[in-house]
Design a protein around this ligand. Sequence first.
Ligand code: RUQ
Ligand code: CUA
Length: 675
Amino acid sequence: MKKLILLCAIVLVLAAIIMACGPGRQTPTRESAVGGTTSQAGLSADAAQVAAERGLSPDDVTAALKTFMPSGQLDPYIMFASGGQGGQVLVVGVPSMRILKLIGVFTPEPWQGYGFGGAGNAILAQGKVGDNEILWGDTHHPGLSETNGEYDGQFLFINDKANARVAVIDLKDFATKQIVKNPLAINDHGGSFVTPNTEYIIEGPQYAAPLGWEYSDIANYKEEYRGVMTLWKFDRATGRIDPAQSFSIELPPYFQDLCDAGKKVSDGWLFCNSFNTELATGGVEDGNPPFEAGTAKNDTDYLHIVNWKKAEELYKAGKVETIKGMPLIRLDTAAKEGVLYFTPEPKSPHGADVTPGGEYVVVGGKLDPHVTIYSFDKIQKAIAALNEGTMTKDEFGVPVLSLDSTMEAQVELGLGPLHTVYDDKGYAYTSLFLDSVVARWTLGGPYQGLHPEEPWTLVQKLPVQYNIGHIAAAEGDTSSPDGNYVVALNKWSIDRFANVGPLLPQNFQLVDTSQTGDTMKVLYDMPIGMAEPHYAQIIKADKLAPLEVYPVGTNPETMQQDPNAITGPDQAKVVRNGNNVEIWMAVVRSHFTPEHIRIKQGDHVIWHFTNLEQTRDATHGFALPGYNINLSLEPGKTETIEFDANMSGTYAYYCTEFCSALHLEMLGYFMVEPN
Ligand code: RUQ
Ligand code: CUA
């Protein structure tokens, strides 16, 4: 009987879906195997039987239909997720949740030949700390480039929390082009977010340290340790950060955490939460409270309110001190000149997320059941009302605006609110870490007419599995969010996947947010078996316009014609000049030209490769055993390797991409004659 009811329910759901798929929907029609078009035929009794056999509920069937992507159809959204301690960026199709690419950023990545002899080596070397090569990163927050507060699909930036570095990825080829090391900070967190026209990429600090991470005992914490926020100037014409036009702002050692840029009405401002106004310094081994207790003593910390346009003026007017090559607005200048203000935020805050129109900043309190909503308008009024004689200041001289004067509302959501994103229906979505929940709640003010509920109220708590950290929504942190989907970036997966040993994957859960009210549902679980992603951004796929192939001779580092590119195998050659041997090699299905390279042990080798192909996907690889050399030569790419042939011997070099029927025959010999 139960089975029958289930079956009926499934048939009903399917019927509803068939109707929803009627002529009004723009689903491309595909030819079926028997020559007709796919119609109701695919959703017949067969499907109901499969569902029954697999024990799928009507909700399961609907979820499957909402995420299934038939072969050859493309996802409408692309998600860029940080790769956590993997030092990479993940590119994922939404709603199918298929991984499309892993971009090597701070960590060498063999598939792209990133960091194995080619251009990637020089990019990775830009990220040195002192003389030390750092070959991993802790990527936290991807930031897509924006125009007028909207993703423009041109660039992606990402920070390395572990070493205070920021990388630039060009979305023309989805490859890393630049890494900058912050000269004043050794770790960061509140980045990388962009200002609404990508004037600056913001790198906010985290754990305070002396400027330039100079040695100073933690006993000197209050006097010598500081937070540093850096505004990296982005030059769109070159597609690179310009360190010569970048500057920093000194902050108190309050463990600034996560930042967001104001937009529209709040353009020109930045907001960062913080979590150690106690100035806790740890030392549990000496009987001091551990950091976790010491930083949670106060009921409130400070939301940092930064006027970056004012800061830019001060920088341009030379009101800076240059330390380690970085112009720095000192803390007292920032406090006196109206660059920096504080307002209290309850309790152990995390996240500071600006609403689409820039009117509000939402802050979660990890140990407070509420989110606190600040009004930008009220903040401005409170700033205007400041009076030098009566204003409250923190112990570093920064003006403090009272919570009463800046707060718009508080919404009680539950345990452990962290991050908030938005949709097109006037809802906000907050991750609740301790409750393992996505909370949907309503915005008030200008958003009030968009949803049927009261403003500033909780609408739904959707359980997710488990312990959600960040949350991402389709275009959900831009000035015009899309709605439809939210992705819960869950830290724990426990029982969701097959046991693969004590180190478990993370769990990304796709949530359907297309309807108003209490209607959110989990659609899909996606295991992430490579590291712990933090934030993600989801862009409309049609905003991206990557190259299909490189024009022949493109140097991927400069994205310009490479002077060492060749246009045909007839130009391939080997030129010896004393101990220097320079090779110009042509690469095309299915051979390298030349196929014999004879050199002497100790020779210095400079080897240029041009893939002459212009056929999509006709990628070749180049592997040279024994020398740690491995390249990916996509159609049109020119790349150069340089090394000393320190080992004699006979080395077969070969193509690593299965490029043609005679791919295995794509090889040559590198013969190094001993001294
Ligand atoms: S953090 S789980 Cu690095 Cu963005 Cu909040
Ligand atoms: Cu070229 Cu395989």
